[in-house]
Structure formats: C-alpha cells, structure tokens
Design a protein around this ligand. Structure first.
Ligand code: IMP
Length: 186
C-alpha cells in the first residue's frame, strides 16, 4: 500500500521460531475487499460508526477506514480478556462508550479476532443497551473451531485454525503487534 513491506516466511523472536501464516499482501487484499463490501451494504445515505476494539484491532481499523470510500465515524473502545496465549475468561470493558454516539446509528464493530466469542458476546450485550439501529461485527480473523458463544460475524477476512497468531496488531504479551504479516508459533 504505502511501501514494500518486509514479511519473511519465517522469523525468530526471543529465540522462538514463528512461521508466516498470511502475508501482508494477502491481508491488504482482504481488508480492501471487506471495506468495499461494508460500503456497498451501507449505501450512500448512511454514515456508519466503525467501533475499533483496542488494542488488537488498531492496525486493521486504520487500514479498513482508509479503504472505506465514503463517510464514516470512528470510535474506540478497549476490551481485555487475554493473558499470554490464554483467555482469562473475564472480559473487562474500559469506560468511554458515549451512548449518544450509537443511538439509532448503524454500528460496525471492528475486531481483530473472534476466538471463543466471549468478548464479542459481552460487548454486544453492552452495546445493545445504547439502541443502535443495526450492529454488525467485522472481524479480521475467526477461529470457528473455538467459537462457543452465540456471535454472528457479518464480515470476516480469514477463518483460521486453532492456533495462536501474532502480527498486524495482534500481540503476545504486548509484543509483535508491529509485524506487518501474520505469524504463528512453531
Ligand atoms: P475471545 O473473547 O475468546 O473471542 O477472544 C478475543 C480476543 O482474544 C481477541 O480480541 C484478541 O485480543 C485475543 N486473541 C484471541 N486469539 C488470539 C491470537 O491468536 N492471537 C492474539 N490475540 C488473540
């Protein structure tokens, strides 16, 4: 998009080998297609609110909005459930949701991964209280084998197997978010 990205097939991080699962070019292509699909579904009259879920979705959301060829608003919200490579089973939604930003609006939640669906399920329950007109989930990744909560994902770039991935905003204990491609630990 803006420069030649360096995304080798394999990298060593902290003495561990990570293999490339998805290249930067593949991600770019899927994100652009998703932006076009959301834009087509929203139509000309609609100004959707894209709700970026921090921290993991910050890179995805930044690219998605730049491919979105229409008016949209961007809001941010921080959720936390993971520690290392495991879910803690407890979802924390950090304050900052402005109810008036969502009432009667079409909201698209921009999330990095719907894994077990716990976080999304919790967020959807919270968001519905603000009476948006529609809520869609746009996830960069879904892990269908792990899904165990009732969550409908309207837009998804990649379905991936049950593995822990890093890069393109996704971290392992705060690290590796800056990798331009997606890597999986060997
Ligand atoms: P869920 O609540 O089980 O669906 O987990 C969702 C959150 O867990 C995501 O938004 C990520 O922040 C994190 N997560 C799940 N799987 C991975 C992974 O493979 N790599 C990095 N973070 C992950």
């Amino acid at each position: 998009m803006f420069r030649e990205l360096n995304d080798p097939l394999q990298i060593t991080l902290n003495g561990q080998i990570f293999k490339r699962l998805i290249s930067a070019a593949e991600i770019e292509e899927k994100v652009a297609a998703m932006a076009a699909q959301i834009r087509a579904d929203m139509g000309n009259a609609e100004v959707p609110v894209l709700l970026c879920i921090l921290n993991g979705a910050f890179v995805f959301a930044a690219d998605l909005v730049r491919y979105y060829e229409g008016l949209c608003e961007l809001q941010f919200l921080r959720l936390s459930s993971y520690c290392g490579t495991d879910s803690t089973g407890k979802v924390t939604i950090y304050p900052g949701l402005d109810a008036e930003k969502f009432r009667g609006r079409r909201v698209v939640i921009v999330e990095d991964i719907v894994d077990t669906g716990l976080s999304m399920n919790r967020l959807l329950r919270e968001l519905r209280q603000y009476e948006p007109r529609t809520i869609d989930v746009a996830a960069l990744f879904t892990k269908p084998a792990r899904l165990c909560h009732d969550v409908k994902v309207s837009y998804s770039c990649f379905e991936i197997p049950d593995a822990f991935i890093v890069g393109y905003g996704l971290d392992y204990d705060g690290l590796y978010r800056n990798l331009p491609a997606i890597y999986v630990k060997e």
